[in-house]
Design a protein around this ligand. Structure first.
Ligand SMILES: NC(=O)c1ccc[n+]([C@@H]2O[C@H](COP(=O)([O-])OP(=O)(O)OC[C@H]3O[C@@H](n4cnc5c(N)ncnc54)[C@H](O)[C@@H]3O)[C@@H](O)[C@H]2O)c1
Ligand SMILES: C[N+](C)(C)CC=O
Length: 513
């Protein structure tokens, strides 16, 4: 692959100039114009890697390779249980190379090493889940209500898939697409975020070493407008599966419409974390901090809207502010650090402007709202921020900050909790905290979000569907539904006793009379 990532404590090593980090038609190649991009760690600006910066032509070559591979049938015709076995081998390889992968993910994103290690476990679990699922569904026989007919449904790979992923959980979000695509027999072109390509490169290395046929897996790197756009436009792509922001999702859906391809969208969220007065106070508080500030809030399902029931609101928020102010920011390898930097200077500017606008619209900053100081000035740190007295309809309540910013609202009773919890154009996730199980279930049932946690925040399971209502997306990842997104259902109706229907015989009879 022409590149190696820094060994623990060591300098980077590139072995090829220009680096050949695009993987197209089974070969590692440089960008067609030789351009490269330097990846730096957002925690301190340190050098991570020099990677190829692909062109539109590279993307088109990758699509053509994926098309040839799919149409040639080298992978699609492999029996499904064998495709499943391949995914299990990928999982084993990922577990064996966990340290290398976690380190590369952490260098690209600046997230704590322990978080990247958890992500790598989740990724291996995902490959295992789809590995076991892949061989299980051989289709079904349909009762055609006619003894002369054999009718069956077979599930076929959807074809060539464009897989476009974001920077916050780079390999995890890509794995949710790669694993079912391979399991279903598709071929694909992966386009990770231009900011965090390292683990995607390592992933292709694994697939190549394990012998996935040439052209089934392809990787292009570079900005979305250059190498991403052809993926949704091309008539040779059958499906585009995208995870990222709402605005980009709209662009992709619009450009995919021209060729009426299948579109799956995993977009942002503005997720309510609802704390009833009868909640376990300490657990709810601890999880409110996790929900809002893990990975500095750069999580699609972050609990960015805290809704607290009036009787406990003042005490809960005071304690939240006190604890948020104590969160230790720091580098990903610092054992004292509790959360890390934002991904880029541009993203920190966006979060800064977002808080500033919220304040202009009436919100009060209870803590945070500042850039990291001292050693932290080397990276893109933003302090954990709690905003209250937020005006209803204000942009900080409506738009996704994607940073360590939580707003506080108060309510009384289930109806108001549900009304506020559903007051968003998004619908990705939410949580309900109450020691009354009935209340938890009732409120969960009325919230229009794809995942509801009761007395917890953030867990997701490979066997459980993930995705959004409203403008949080279209379709689902994970679970059986996340697998079937990569399949077409074909109905084969076999009349084993063909007969003349006589439908058009009337005129013939008239003419011969
Ligand atoms: N719903 C989920 O499961 C989930 C998970 C993770 C992140 N997200 C969302 O992702 C967003 C953050 O990620 P981001 O900043 O990388 O998002 P983004 O939309 O800026 O970019 C996502 C990907 O799309 C590519 N892209 C950009 N323009 C494109 C175009 N015109 N055509 C094709 N591809 C294009 C980017 O290069 C990147 O690879 C947040 O909104 C977050 O909520 C959602
Ligand atoms: C889906 N999840 C929670 C892993 C990451 C969202 O950004």
């Amino acid at each position: 692959m022409g590149i190696r990532f820094p060994p623990p404590g060591g300098d980077k090593v590139t072995t090829q100039n220009p680096p050949a980090t695009l993987f197209i038609d089974g070969a590692w190649v440089p960008a067609s114009d030789g351009k490269t991009r330097t990846i730096s760690c957002p925690a301190d600006g340190s050098f991570v890697a020099e990677v190829s910066e692909g062109t539109r032509e590279d993307a088109e070559r990758a699509i053509a390779a994926a098309r040839r591979a799919f149409d040639g049938g080298a992978w699609a015709s492999v029996p499904a249980p064998q495709r499943g076995d391949f995914l299990l081998r990928v999982a084993a390889e990922l577990r064996a190379r966990k340290d290398e992968f976690a380190r590369a993910e952490t260098m690209d994103t600046g997230k704590r090493l322990v978080e990247s290690e958890i992500d790598m476990d989740d990724i291996a679990d995902c490959f295992e889940y789809f590995g076991k699922l892949a061989g299980q569904n051989a289709g079904r026989i349909v009762d055609a209500d006619n003894p002369g007919v054999v009718s069956r449904i077979s599930y076929e790979p959807v074809g060539v898939c464009a897989l476009i992923s974001p920077w916050n959980y780079p390999l995890l979000q890509a794995a949710w697409k790669i694993a079912p695509a391979i399991g279903a027999g598709c071929s694909f072109v992966l386009k990770p975020s231009e900011l965090t390509p390292s683990t995607a490169i390592l992933m292709m290395d694994v697939l190549e070493r394990l012998g996935l046929p040439q052209g089934v897996a392809n990787l292009v790197l570079g900005p979305g407008a250059v190498v991403g756009a052809p993926l949704s436009e091309s008539p040779d792509v059958d499906m585009v599966s995208f995870t990222g922001g709402l605005e980009t999702g709209r662009i992709i859906a619009a450009s995919a419409a021209g060729t009426v391809k299948k579109v799956a969208l995993e977009l942002g969220g503005k997720n309510p974390n609802i704390i009833f007065a009868d909640a376990d106070f300490d657990a709810a508080l601890d999880n409110a901090l996790n929900g809002a500030f893990v990975h500095s809030g750069q999580v699609c399902s972050a609990g960015a809207r805290l809704l607290v029931e009036e009787p406990i609101a003042e005490r809960f928020v005071d304690e939240l502010v006190r604890r948020a102010g104590q969160i230790r920011l720091g580098g990903p390898f610092d054992p004292e650090s509790e959360t890390g930097p934002l991904i880029s200077a541009a993203h920190r500017d966006k979060v800064t402007a977002y808080v500033r606008k919220g304040v202009e619209e009436g919100a009060r900053v209870r803590c945070g709202g500042a850039w990291g100081e001292g050693d932290l000035e080397q990276g893109f740190y933003y302090t954990p921020t709690v905003l209250d007295r937020v005006t209803r309809g204000s942009s900080v309540l409506v738009d996704e900050a994607f940073g360590p910013v939580v707003t506080v609202e108060t309510f009384n009773g289930e109806d108001e909790a549900v009304e506020l919890g559903n007051d968003t154009h998004y619908g990705l996730a939410g949580a309900v905290w109450s020691q009354d199980a009935g209340k938890g279930q009732r409120v969960a049932a009325r919230l229009r979000h794809g995942t509801i946690w009761i007395n917890d925040f953030h867990p997701y399971l490979p066997q459980a569907e993930w995705g959004g209502y409203g403008q949080s997306g279209v379709g689902r990842e994970l679970g059986p539904t996340g697998f079937s997104e990569y399949q077409e259902a074909k109905h084969i109706y076999h009349n084993i006793d063909p007969a003349v229907t006589g439908w058009f015989d009337a005129r013939i009879e008239e003419e011969s009379a």
